[in-house]
Design a binder for this molecule. Structure first.
Ligand code: IMP
Length: 178
């Protein structure tokens, strides 16, 4: 769907947009692990920010359609004072919007002055929560994608490009390797 070159180019454009709207001082950069790592590195380097904090968010669909998101602030991030800070939240893909909505709410509750979200991908057709995503790399149709940090059951994060997951192709590769 997107080559590594296209991703890198788009990430640099997004970083320029983020910089243009910056309120002053270094923002507090936060990446949603694991998927956002490669994209977040590009944004971090382009913005010249030293620190990059990690947050993990797990969605639980359960039987209720609202879906609950469990948030974990990792590696000492929970001790960082966000009061009055500008947060730039970096995500790989916004799907239903629940994860970003929950994270925005959490950072607002912790006193962040402003939260801006940058997501490499967005699937607008899948949205169930109307959440603001200030910077989107690419809008994509309702397809499951892998690569450039994104996985299916922890597989294919290492792919340099973003591709549509196809179980048929996966089976063909597996039998060719065997
Ligand atoms: P949301 O809360 O439904 O917006 O979910 C966002 C999270 O779902 C992302 O951070 C990904 O971890 C995962 N996700 C959604 N769609 C895809 C996809 O197409 N490929 C890989 N992960 C996805």
């Amino acid at each position: 769907m997107f080559s590594n070159d296209e991703i890198v180019r788009r990430a640099h454009e997004l970083a320029r947009e983020i910089k243009r709207g910056q309120a002053g001082g270094q923002p507090c950069l936060v990446q949603v692990v694991e998927g956002a790592r490669p994209f977040a590195r590009l944004i971090q380097r382009a913005l010249g920010c030293h620190a990059l904090h990690d947050v993990r968010a797990k969605s639980y669909e359960g039987t209720v359609s609202t879906g609950e998101v469990c948030i974990e602030m990792l590696g000492g991030f929970s001790e960082v004072d966000l009061a009055g800070r500008e947060v730039v939240l970096i995500e790989d893909i916004v799907d239903t919007g629940r994860t970003i909505a929950a994270l925005r709410e959490r950072f607002a509750a912790l006193g962040a002055a402003r939260v801006r979200v940058v997501s490499l991908l967005s699937k607008p057709a899948r949205r169930v929560v109307d959440v603001a995503v200030e910077f989107v790399g690419f809008e994509i149709p309702d397809e499951f994608v892998i690569g450039f940090g994104m996985d299916i059951d922890e597989r294919y994060r290492e792919l340099p490009d973003i591709v549509v997951y196809d179980p048929e192709v996966e089976r063909a590769f597996a039998s060719a390797k065997a």
